[in-house]
Ligand binder design. Structure first.
Ligand code: ZN
Length: 83
């Protein structure tokens, strides 16, 4: 289940118990591949709750690192993103 809402400090969150992903509405202002990155990131959280080595390994694809860099270069409304 995927939901969208306006969030102040997060790009997206994932509730594993509820199998629910929230995406920040601000992301619609981003290129589609950025949205894709966040969705994949949150989906990986369904497999691995925390940012463990296993999580990193699951996300360890060159294209994702590129997207991540781009997102970090251009933060949304506020800096200090956490997701
Ligand atoms: Zn995360």
């Amino acid at each position: 289940m995927m939901h969208v809402k306006l969030m102040k400090t997060k790009r997206g969150t994932c509730s594993v118990e509820a199998r629910r992903i929230w995406l920040n509405l601000e992301l619609v202002k981003k290129p589609i591949y950025c949205l894709e990155y966040i969705i994949v990131h949150e989906l990986v959280h369904l497999l691995e709750l925390l940012h463990t080595d296993r999580f990193t390994a699951l996300m360890d694809q060159p294209m994702w690192w590129q997207y991540r860099e781009e997102l970090n270069r251009a933060p949304l409304a506020q800096g200090g993103w956490e997701y």
